[in-house]
Design a binder for this molecule. Sequence first.
Ligand SMILES: [Zn+2]
Length: 87
Amino acid sequence: MIRLRVGALRQVVPDTLEFCWTLVRDQQDMPEAELVLELVPAAVRCRACDRQSEIESRWSVACPECGSADVEVVAGEEFLVTSVDVT
Ligand SMILES: [Zn+2]
């Protein structure tokens, strides 16, 4: 089983990823291997009001509290393989 952590700000479509995975799996001849996607919500820290919030849309990275665009992305850019367990 392969565990993948994908941030919401990454331009990764889970369906596409899963489709690619089935191709790899067939090629590697390990039909039992499973891909588990862990989606991480995006979060920003606002420099204007100093609050940290999760954001809904990847297209508008702004503080939901005060509307400031002066924010720092603190989560949502992950793309990590967190565990690989192929038997
Ligand atoms: Zn703010």
